[in-house]
Design a protein around this ligand. Structure first.
Ligand code: APR
Ligand code: PHB
Length: 390
């Protein structure tokens, strides 16, 4: 079979790309090694930058997000018990939407299928070939049968552990990485969050984040060891620690409830350069990872595929290859700024076991500055709601 664009991976990057291409009249197929049920249930973060929420509206997939998503006009930052608000609306006149990534994925899949689009779920043995020719190919197996798709272009949207990045010949890509000496223990619970906005809390016992998925569903995280065994934490211990890290009123304002999801995530920053080889274009987690403290993962994936769709449009409509050739440069300029912001938020808010007392004092000064200076809180707000995608 033949398509213009073959997409590997049905995460936010691959699915959003398929809708962007559909709007441009460019045909594509998605191949995904997991089942539809699996990708629709995979729990990830849940913050949509201002422009990303607007893009979902434009693509006709925003209805449920607008109904069930929670619009936030700011965040709170805790500093050992005191809390200060960063008012996005007042500082940069923008807001964000809190809406689980797996809900976004459900909406995107439904829209793609409603358009008559093809998603091949539960494939195996995916491989890519002839990347340096103008007829790159995707091979995979499904129900025991081998398939081959000949494409004009391949979009590698297969996440950090996918096959696209490792298929680029040795020596082409350079990888930049930072691994942090901590992780996050995350829970979902049937209980209202302590505030109607997110609380990012610095505490001498470690970082805590208090988020939500709905007015009666809390999503909360505790800084922990990256190799922490989640089973060693009883629900009671998790609640006690979450209360402590909120500060003196934690006991009063944090309501407990049935915990129905628990997991540990390690934290890393990672970028690969370039993000293209021949006719293979990497997008989203396949090309970069950010620690979740800046809430940037899904938004970066969405920005990459928006840039890629503009480049493919120029190619197909005007036979202009300049945007395709400039894809890496265009993406990386925004990605490195998001890396910078994610690193800034992460190092400002976590206790690093390798840090000295000097570093702790500097951290407190940084938190105080960021939450009291209009210039500094404007910079935080501008980055949090999302840098431009022009
Ligand atoms: N063949 C087909 N599909 C694959 C393969 C393969 N060999 N390997 C991985 N995949 C699929 C995965 O099952 C997954 O559904 O590719 C998809 C990649 O999706 P994500 O990991 O969600 O990555 P992306 O779409 O770039 O979205 C980035 O997801 O990881 C979070 O925090 C991250 O929010 C960010 C967002
Ligand atoms: C979440 O709600 O899961 C979430 C929110 C903000 C973050 C990370 C995760 O920075």
């Amino acid at each position: 079979m033949r398509v213009q664009v073959g997409i590997i991976g049905a995460g936010p990057a691959g699915l959003t790309l398929s809708l962007l291409l559909h709007r441009l009249g460019i045909d594509c197929v998605i191949v995904e090694n997991r089942s539809r049920e699996y990708v629709e249930a995979r729990i990830r973060a849940g913050v949509l930058e201002h422009w990303a929420a607007a893009l979902y509206d434009e693509l006709g997939v925003g209805a449920r997000m607008r109904k069930e998503g929670l619009v936030h006009e700011g965040i709170e930052i805790g500093i050992n018990g005191t809390r200060r608000r960063i008012d996005f609306k007042a500082l940069v006149n923008k807001d964000i939407v809190v809406y689980g990534q797996h809900e976004v994925v459900k909406d995107l899949i439904q829209a793609r299928l409603n358009h008559g689009g093809r998603i091949e779920f539960e494939v195996s043995d995916t491989s890519v070939h002839d990347l340096d020719t103008d007829k790159p190919k995707i091979r995979f197996k499904k129900n025991g049968e081998s398939h081959e798709i000949t494409c004009d272009f391949i979009a590698g949207c297969d996440g950090f552990h996918g096959i696209c990045r490792p298929s680029v010949p040795k020596g082409v890509l350079t990888e930049f990485e930072r691994v942090y000496p901590f992780g996050w223990l995350g829970i979902l619970s049937e209980s209202p969050p302590p505030s109607h906005e997110l609380i990012y809390s610095y505490h001498d016992r470690g970082f805590g984040l208090y988020s939500m998925r709905a007015p009666n569903i809390t999503r909360a995280y505790l800084q922990c060891d990256p190799n922490e065994d989640v089973n060693k934490w009883s629900d009671e211990e998790i609640w006690a620690e979450l209360k402590r890290r909120l500060g003196p009123d934690g006991e009063k304002i944090l309501k407990t409830g049935r915990v129905f999801e628990k997991g540990v995530t390690a934290m890393r920053s990672f970028v690969t350069e370039p993000m293209q080889y021949g006719r293979l274009f990497l997008a989203g987690d396949a090309a970069h990872i950010v620690p979740p403290t800046g809430a940037k993962g899904m938004n970066l994936a969405t920005a990459d595929v928006l840039f890629l769709s503009r480049a493919l449009e120029a190619f197909y409509k005007k036979n202009d290859k300049a945007l395709l050739e400039g894809y890496t440069k265009k993406c990386l300029s925004r990605i490195w700024k998001a890396q910078r912001f994610s690193y800034f938020m992460t190092t400002m808010l976590h206790l690093n076991p390798n840090d000295s007392e000097f570093d702790h004092k500097r951290q407190i000064a940084e938190l105080d500055y960021v939450t009291s200076s209009k210039a500094a809180s404007t910079a935080l707000a501008e980055n949090y709601v999302g840098l431009p995608v022009d």
